[in-house]
Design a binder for this molecule. Structure first.
Ligand code: TXA
Ligand code: MG
Length: 337
């Protein structure tokens, strides 16, 4: 921490430390020095906002559950939506998601660029479960922006990065937008000027036999259809209204979940939070919500086995990341149609 701060002072030669506001401190022009700092921040589990050709992203190490949890915390998201994993090239993407012919065609045609592919996730991908919000798919993008690519190389980590805005706000296309949105939540903002595309990437689900457009964006649908030689159905507003949440096919365990439980009934596993000597697994003995968020989906999967009749979950405070944790737990506990 102190080491990287000292670097920052040197990059701002004319101002004395006391005269520099924290906002000034955190925005650095994108250059080899700031990239080196950013790489260290990412490897240390902290968050760096960076430019891409579409919008600014709020990046964290996608293999580090606590860093991914910090992303949700910084955005103030009341829910865990799956995040896009950014990688430097298609080879790295093949190691994390399964490529069928459609995925190969689209990657060859549009990567690097403003296209995100939703792929079946490899079990050995080495990514945090929270990145995919517990789903067995993963969204991957190989960005074209030189600054984003340089950061991926210097950080040497896959970067989980949603748009760097507070939840519910529009995506930022300048470093100043990011500073206005995220305040102190981000360790560093790399300023690479305005984003050339200005709208988010196009998201296409190619995890199954038929492609599905999940979000229109920087690559026009027509171009995707031309590349694939077929029409691509659009996951529309009408679908979302008919079946809320269907676009994300939320992960839910097979066993019934009992929330706000003080203890386990006979046969139940106990998923603890805070001090709980009887817990089968504990989301965070210290009662730390970031640690709990990082463990949530992995632990639910681990307890979802026939040795138990159900999963009793101890109360989680309804504040900060606790709201997103409780949202997912309530969805997972809701009776299925
Ligand atoms: O242009 C962009 O895509 C920017 C830059 C920073 O790369 N990122 C971005 O991320 O817009 P975000 O988190 O704001 O939007 C990601 C979208 C969401 O609509 C999310 O639901 C979808 O991608 N998504 C991510 N993973 C998914 C998955 N496994 N299945 C379905 N949808 C997924
Ligand atoms: Mg967004």
């Amino acid at each position: 921490m102190t080491g990287s701060r000292q670097h920052v002072w040197r990059l701002l030669p004319s101002a004395s430390p006391s005269a520099i506001t924290s906002a000034m401190l955190r925005i650095l022009p994108l250059n080899p020095e700031s990239l080196a700092i950013a790489g260290r921040e990412i490897r240390a589990g902290r968050l760096v906002a960076f430019p891409t050709e579409t919008v600014y992203g709020l990046g964290g190490d996608a293999t580090n559950g606590a860093a991914v949890a910090a992303i949700f915390e910084a955005k103030g998201r009341p829910r865990f939506n799956p995040l896009i994993v950014h990688l430097p090239e298609t080879g790295a993407a093949r190691a994390m998601g399964r490529f069928n012919d459609m995925a190969e065609t689209l990657a060859a045609r549009f990567w690097p660029g403003p296209l995100t592919l939703v792929l079946a996730r490899r079990p050995d991908a080495g990514l945090s479960e929270l990145v995919s919000a517990g789903l067995d798919t993963v969204a991957i993008r190989v960005p074209a922006h030189d600054g984003a690519r340089a950061l991926l190389h210097v950080a040497d980590r896959p970067l989980a990065a949603p748009s760097a805005n507070r939840s519910g706000n529009v995506s930022p296309t300048t470093a100043q937008h990011v500073a206005d949105e995220l305040g102190d939540a981000v360790a560093l903002i790399l300023d690479g000027g305005p984003c050339p595309v200005g709208v988010e990437s196009t998201v296409v689900d190619v995890s199954g036999d038929t492609p599905l457009l999940l979000r229109p964006g920087g690559v026009p649908l027509e171009d995707i259809e031309t590349a694939l030689g077929r029409s691509v159905p659009v996951a529309g507003v009408a679908d979302a209204i008919r079946a809320p949440g269907m676009l994300e096919s939320h992960y839910a365990p097979g066993l019934p979940l009992r929330l706000d439980a003080g203890h386990a009934n006979p046969g139940e596993a106990l998923l603890g939070f805070g001090p709980a000597p009887d817990a089968t697994l504990n989301l965070s003995e210290a009662g730390d919500l970031r640690e709990a968020a990082a463990n949530l989906f992995a632990y639910l999967r681990e307890l979802d086995r026939p040795d138990f009749t159900g999963i009793a979950v101890m109360p989680i405070p309804e504040a900060g990341l606790g709201r997103a944790i409780n949202d997912r737990l309530r969805r997972a506990a809701a009776p299925r149609e």
